[in-house]
Design a protein around this ligand. Structure first.
Ligand SMILES: [Fe+2]
Ligand SMILES: [Fe+2]
Length: 247
């Protein structure tokens, strides 16, 4: 008689926290899709390079796919609530009196250069111990796409810096960086988050990680990504970070 093939280990049941986290990710992916759609429309209005516009449209599709995959994880974990989509957060703020290029710069730097750059390293860590199949499937795809989303941000900043308004836009990025860092720290490293240093393997299996890890990854990203990448534009990200920490 043939020996039966070893059975794959059964996935641990999803905790309430894992379910909530994946539903929150669905909401975040909708927000990313909406912001990118708006930014891409602005890129059309300022007659940006068609390559950038096409990259933006492709990112919108990616974000919707991420929402769908994240929702599948939520359902696999036993969730059945609809996502709580806050309509007023689904878009990029427009500051009416400024040139549209200023808003392109603000959104491009904050959402892509900062947000998608840290996302690459965060998702890599979330995926490292994730073994539950739908969660792993979602994180595989998200991580693959985030690398391109990060690159889109830096290519956009490069393109903006080479336009007629280039010097003004790079100076604006330098001025706004401290407040952008402040918001980034508030979302990934809020006070108290450093207390949770470990999570049970079952939570990690569903693609979660301890809250302290978000802050330590953010500190690594500052050193390895933000400082060298902004330095190419003559922007001192370490000084901006220190001023955000003081303010
Ligand atoms: Fe995404
Ligand atoms: Fe993304």
């Amino acid at each position: 008689m043939a020996t039966p093939a070893p059975r794959a280990p059964r996935a641990p049941a999803a905790s309430e926290r894992a379910r909530n986290e994946w539903l929150r990710r669905v909401e975040a992916e909708y927000r990313s899709a909406a912001i990118t759609q708006e930014l891409t429309l602005w890129l059309i209005r300022i007659a940006a390079s068609p390559d950038l516009i096409l990259d933006g449209l492709r990112i919108v599709k990616d974000e919707l796919k991420h929402a769908e995959l994240s929702h599948a994880v939520y359902v696999a974990g036993g969730g059945s609530e609809p996502p709580r989509i806050l309509r007023e957060t689904l878009g990029a703020p427009r500051r009416a009196r400024d040139a549209l290029e200023h808003d392109v710069l603000r959104t491009g730097v904050e959402v892509f250069c900062l947000g998608e750059t840290v996302a690459v390293r965060l998702f890599r860590e979330l995926r490292a111990q994730c073994v539950v199949p739908p969660a792993r499937r979602a994180l595989d795809r998200i991580l693959r796409d985030e690398v391109r989303h990060r690159d889109f941000g830096w290519t956009l900043l490069q393109w903006l810096s080479e336009t007629a308004l280039g010097d003004e836009l790079v100076a604006l990025a330098g001025r706004e960086l401290p407040s952008m860092f402040k918001r980034l720290r508030a979302s990934y490293a809020p006070r108290g988050a450093e207390q949770e240093r470990e999570l049970p393997p079952a939570e990690r299996a569903w693609g979660l990680m301890p809250t302290a890890t978000y802050g330590s990854i953010l500190a690594q990203v500052l050193e390895r990504d933000y400082v060298p990448r902004f330095a190419r534009f003559g922007i001192d990200a370490a000084a901006a970070w220190d001023s955000a920490a003081r303010g």
